[in-house]
Design a binder for this molecule. Structure first.
Ligand SMILES: Cc1ncc(COP(=O)(O)O)c(C=O)c1O
Length: 407
């Protein structure tokens, strides 16, 4: 086994010197990982309560996923879409079936799935809805996070995502998240082709919209002949106690966007999943990606779908998440303003006096827990769905202690 002989401090110094400073990571250098736990280069263990923003829903190195990837590495790794390979059809069929849809457009990163959905909605708007060419609009929500391309950051309401990066792509209208009246007004415009929404806003701090918002949004979208595009890249595939967050509200969108956990924490796999009348708008040569739907992605993706069909991970998320949310609310010290959660996904808002959330995450790191702040005042937890109740009990004590130190 090759192993770095440098310590954490030296390795972080290398990153500071030679990587663009586009992230501000906590000072931990992971060398090994298994299940819900990681080990740093000095041998200290940490419970991972971020799970790579839900890309590690099945934990680090889930044995079935690793086996699927290794077996595929010994067969064929890449064909490009210039040719077929033997797992692409089965992967698309099974993913479409999981979503109750007909078709899949496979990409790699989450941002690529979002970009693909924007192209899909625009083309559908011109070809099917009959919007005059060049006029299509997509409604998005304030506080959204859908990725980092120029088009996507162009409709972000976070100044750190946009400042200094314009000019941006036109054709987007933003409305307050959870405000059904504002959405209804925006959808009155006949040029609107899609409503792109996170069923729960992740990066914004695990913001859950009011009950009934998604069903009402879904009804408005069908009345106005607008595609409801659910970005389930972070909420989907078991995170919130159901396969999709939309399911919780009894909503079936027109388009699902999936990513993160679809690649089993091994490689980037994303997809747009929809009906044939929507994804059928693409003709050869109009969209694609060299690595989209590659054999290793499909091998891992098929295994992810098999794990999801057991229902075990959704159930764990629901049971363990419900219990943890109750306990966290009961034990939250006065430094905590609000605790939100659904399934194994939590946003802990600090009072202005107790902020910044980064300091809590730094303290948690010392206590052996990986968690991540979002914005100034929210600590976000997204444990792998394989985490044990014992581990979560252990974590709860430390989280409450770290929060109490700021009370
Ligand atoms: C809801 C949502 N959409 C899209 C993305 C972008 O995914 P990626 O980082 O793989 O491009 C993210 C990433 O955090 C996300 O949370």
């Amino acid at each position: 086994m090759t192993r770095s002989r440098l310590g954490s401090a030296e390795l972080i110094e290398l990153v500071d010197r030679h990587s663009a400073h586009n992230y501000h990571p906590l000072p931990v250098v992971v060398a090994d990982a298994e299940g819900a736990w990681v080990t740093d280069v000095e041998g200290k263990r940490y419970l991972d309560l971020l799970a790579a923003y839900s890309a590690l829903n099945f934990g680090h190195r889930h044995p079935d996923l690793i086996r699927a990837a290794k077996e595929q590495l010994d067969r064929v790794t890449l064909t490009s879409r210039a040719f077929h390979h033997d797992l692409f059809g089965p992967f698309c069929e099974e993913l479409a079936a999981l979503c109750g849809m007909d078709m899949v457009l496979a990409m790699n990163s989450g941002a690529e799935a979002v970009e693909t959905a924007i192209k899909t909605a625009r083309r559908w708007g011109y070809d099917v809805k009959g919007v005059p060419e060049g006029r299509a609009k997509i409604v998005v929500c304030d506080g959204n996070f859908h990725g980092r391309t120029i088009t996507i950051v162009g409709f972000s309401s976070d100044p750190s995502a946009t400042a200094g990066f314009g000019p941006f792509t036109p054709g987007f209208v933003s409305v307050p998240y959870g405000d059904i009246e504002a959405l209804a007004t925006a959808l009155e415009d006949p040029d609107v082709v899609g409503f792109l929404v996170e069923p729960i806003q992740g990066e914004a701090g695990v913001i859950i919209p009011p009950d009934g918002y998604l069903p009402q949004a879904s009804r408005l979208c069908s009345e106005r002949n607008v595609l409801l595009i659910a970005d389930e890249i972070q909420t989907g595939l078991g995170r919130v106690g159901t396969t999709f967050a939309c399911e919780h509200e009894g909503v079936v969108p027109d388009v699902y966007l999936l990513g993160k956990a679809l690649g089993g924490g091994i490689l980037p796999v994303s997809a747009v999943v929809s009906r044939a009348d929507v994804l059928g708008v693409f003709r050869p040569g109009e969209h694609g990606s060299t690595f989209g739907g590659n054999p290793v992605a499909c091998a891992v993706g098929l295994e992810v779908l098999r794990l999801l069909r057991t229902g075990e991970y959704q159930q764990r998320s629901k049971d363990l998440g419900g219990w943890f949310l109750r306990r966290l609310r009961e034990e939250a010290p006065t430094s905590v303003k609000e605790v939100r959660g659904r399934g194994l996904w939590f946003g802990i808002d600090l009072t202005p006096r107790a902020a910044p959330a980064r300091a809590v995450c730094e303290r948690l790191l010392e206590l052996g827990i990986l968690a991540k702040d979002t914005h100034e005042a929210t600590v976000r937890l997204a444990p792998p769905l394989v985490v044990s109740r014992g581990d979560m009990e252990w974590a709860l004590d430390r989280i409450v202690d770290a929060l109490a130190e700021r009370a």
